[in-house]
Ligand binder design. Structure first.
Ligand code: ADP
Length: 204
């Protein structure tokens, strides 16, 4: 099975690309979804989080209170590292399990949707890397509008990430999202059709 790693930078349009791929019926393993699932109430990671960070990170219903936890780790890099140590191994295991299920089902190609694909080193474990690109000014404009932030806060969040230009160096395919959503749809559809052909050449 050919595994495609999909990534981008905040506001580059990765979620839109995921939506397009879903509408095409592409099998997707979604890192954000798995991160939420790993931390759900009653899961081992959920227990480890409140045992290490204290009851205050739980909301009234016993679920992890994502904003409180986010605030804690945002201001303390050691805590951020600890949280990653608790969460990442489980999420990686869940990704591997889901990919294995797809493989067993005879799926020829699947997409691994991971915001931090390159930062986490997962780009070396996939068959091809797709990076969704928009220039920084466009990223800032889209984040400002989507998240109702002012431009300086949007810019701060963009600059806190690995620069997209750096991610492009690891890309086998760059999805240029500086145009319209219709243009993006055409580009992603074409890219997926070609990826399926590559998968057939290798596995078929
Ligand atoms: P990411 O997941 O990379 O952070 P999103 O896919 O959420 O980015 O895109 C950021 C915002 O910009 C969203 O509101 C999205 O609808 C909008 N957007 C993305 N691509 C385009 C485009 N080509 N044209 C217009 N708006 C876009």
């Amino acid at each position: 099975m050919r595994v495609i790693g999909l990534t981008g930078g905040i506001g580059s349009g990765k979620s839109e690309v995921s939506n397009i791929l879903r509408s095409l019926g592409v099998p997707i393993v979604d890192a954000d979804e798995l991160t939420h699932a790993a931390q759900a109430r009653g899961e081992p990671v959920w227990r480890e989080i409140w045992q290490r960070f204290g009851w205050s990170v739980l909301g009234p219903n016993g679920e992890i209170h994502r904003r409180k936890l986010g605030y804690l780790v945002f201001h303390d890099s050691q805590k951020r590292q600890l949280l990653n140590q608790l969460v990442h191994p489980r999420v990686r295991a869940m990704m591997a399990e889901q990919l294995e299920v797809l493989r067993q089902q005879g799926v020829l190609a699947a997409v691994l949707d991971v915001p931090l694909l390159i930062e986490g080193g997962l780009h070396t474990m996939v068959d091809e890397v797709w990076v969704v690109y928009a220039d920084p000014a466009l990223q800032e404009k889209r984040v400002t509008e989507r998240d109702h932030l002012d431009a300086s806060e949007a810019g701060r969040r963009i600059r806190a990430q690995m620069p997209l230009d750096q991610k492009l160096q690891h890309a086998h395919f760059v999805i240029d999202n500086r145009g319209s959503l219709n243009a993006l749809k055409d580009e992603v559809t074409r890219l997926w059709q070609n990826a399926k052909k590559r998968a057939e050449l290798v596995d078929g």
